[in-house]
Design a protein around this ligand. Structure first.
Ligand code: ZN
Ligand code: ZN
Length: 505
């Protein structure tokens, strides 16, 4: 996508949406194949999909959005599909998967138990899974490693191990319970001498309240990174003191860079792995710029929030969960609080209203700030942000790089002012292309010689739908003024970003 050509931008957006629908429909077809089921099932499925869609409309209204607007019209449908697909494990039975996939190991048909022999450990590593956090309903990604020791010559098809793991991942989970459930299910269905399951899990960070603190010097990695935990669960021979199977399993994982120590993964280490559990959530709408009066007002008007919480509870029922289950009690309000970070402050927000004078209300100061300069290009690199994809109501987060040139020598802004501007545009339902363009245009209203913006982000919606692996990243770019007319200026900015990445800052 070149510069800020509106037509080109819209085309790109259309193509992207078209592609997404296609991939989504493929994913649903896959899910349908897995679930199978009768016409009765599909009728009640359609019914619960409609209920989830209604609930999502309530959520969008609660966020001050018009759910009929372009970009949001299909969101209830997408969110409902994502929830249903992401929780299809409630309908799947391990027995159906494992049955017929057990076969005798060649040479051991006689039924001799060789579990305590010198060999027998079977390990499948790096199974990519995705689950939903039961504390906040956001997706988290998993690398799953399974080891088992066959008993009585009974072997299970290796692909079935990941299928069984996926049954439990496709439910609302927390890492340790997921590991336990996979372990128990394999032990009960395959009846081996023992099973060991190790999971590496990644959960998105929440945008922190202190984003409103403009002078924060917190390391970027605080916001950029993921919450990671490592858990394991073992049964049978893996739990025996004198057995070396667990050591062997962990040694084989270490070859893949996964380091687990025995007794390292007790429950207490991960009891609050979900950031929503430790975050003291304010009833603010996430807009640092709408100071006190609005926030006070919004914390009083709890009615929309009550209906939003009820809507989320109804989604839990629709996917086959029990909202009164102990672990789920606070989940609807946590999910609503998460969404409220992205409440629309003004649905008629126009960029042209935020010209130079309004920029000064962002706290822009015309002093020499802590922004670096190279060859006349001012740089503000690695500004962290977290936004919410309006197509899937899922977060995307990453960093914004801004390069700009002002007409007057020596005119500059504080890095924190740019950070505030980034947060302003990020704290709403967004698409990355629009976020990039809005930041560029707002900056261009002050730095009229040229502005270039690069946004690098991880999208939970891509990750949760299995399109991309953990760690893949989406980049967008917007170019204005001298950056678009002079390729050399543009390439200087790219070099500065690359240098920044190299130096690891
Ligand atoms: Zn969570
Ligand atoms: Zn999305």
């Amino acid at each position: 996508m070149g510069a800020l050509d509106a037509g080109c931008f819209e085309d790109g957006l259309q193509n992207r949406i078209g592609l997404e629908e296609e991939v989504e429909d493929m994913a649903t077809a896959e899910a349908a194949k897995v679930v199978g089921g009768s016409e009765m099932d599909s009728e009640s499925d359609a019914e619960s999909t409609r209920s989830i869609e209604d609930a999502v409309r309530v959520l969008l209204q609660g966020l001050g959005e018009d759910h009929e607007r372009e970009g949001l019209r299909r969101t209830p449908h997408r969110v409902a599909k994502a929830f249903r697909d992401g929780t299809r494990g409630y309908k799947e039975k391990v027995k159906d998967i494992v049955e017929g996939a057990l076969f005798p190991e060649a040479g051991f048909e006689t039924g001799i138990d060789h579990a305590d022999g010198a060999s027998g450990l079977v390990v499948v590593r790096d199974i990519n899974l995705f689950s939903h956090c039961e504390s906040c309903l956001l997706p988290f990604s998993i690398k799953c490693h399974i080891g088992y020791v066959p008993s009585r010559g009974r072997i299970v098809g290796l692909s079935k191990l990941s299928r069984v793991a996926d049954v439990f991942a496709k439910r609302l989970q927390d890492p340790q319970r997921l590991a336990n459930e996979i372990c128990v299910a394999l032990h009960d269905s395959v009846k081996p001498a023992g099973v060991s399951v190790a999971l590496q899990c990644w959960h998105i960070q929440f945008p922190e309240e202190r984003k409103c603190n403009f002078n924060t010097n917190s390391p970027i990695s605080d916001l950029q990174g993921w919450v990671k935990v490592l858990v394991s669960s073992s049964s049978g021979i893996f739990k025996e003191e004198k057995s070396s199977f667990l050591d062997d399993f962990f040694s084989l994982l270490r070859l893949r860079g996964v380091v687990i120590e025995k007794g390292d993964t007790t429950r207490s280490h991960v009891s609050h792995w979900c950031p929503s559990r430790s975050l003291e959530i304010h009833l603010s709408n996430g807009h640092c710029l709408q100071i006190s009066e609005n926030d006070k007002a919004s914390s009083k008007t709890t009615a929309p929030q009550t209906s939003m919480v009820a809507a989320v509870a109804s989604i839990l029922c629709c996917i086959g969960e029990d909202p009164s289950r102990k672990e789920l009690l606070g989940t609807p309000s946590r999910y609503v609080q998460w969404l409220l970070n992205f409440k629309s402050s003004n649905s008629d927000f126009q960029l042209k209203d935020h010209s130079v004078c309004n920029m000064s209300s962002y706290g822009v100061t015309l002093t020499n700030g802590n922004v670096t300069s190279t060859n006349g290009i001012q740089l503000a690199l690695n500004l962290p942000f977290c936004s919410q994809c309006e197509h899937h109501l899922l977060p995307f987060h990453g960093v914004v790089h801004i390069g700009y040139m002002s007409k007057q020598e020596g005119i500059d802004v504080e890095r924190s002012a740019l950070l505030t501007m980034v947060h302003f545009f990020a704290c709403k339902l967004q698409v990355q292309e629009r976020l990039t363009r809005q930041i560029a245009e707002a900056a261009y209203s002050i730095f009229s010689n040229g502005v270039m913006v690069v946004v690098e982000a991880y999208h939970n919606c891509m990750i949760s739908r299995g399109i991309e692996k953990v760690g893949s990243n989406t980049a967008t770019i917007a170019v204005l003024g001298q950056f678009s007319s002079d390729p050399k200026t543009k390439s200087l900015f790219f070099q500065a970003i690359a240098k920044n990445v190299d130096s690891g800052t």
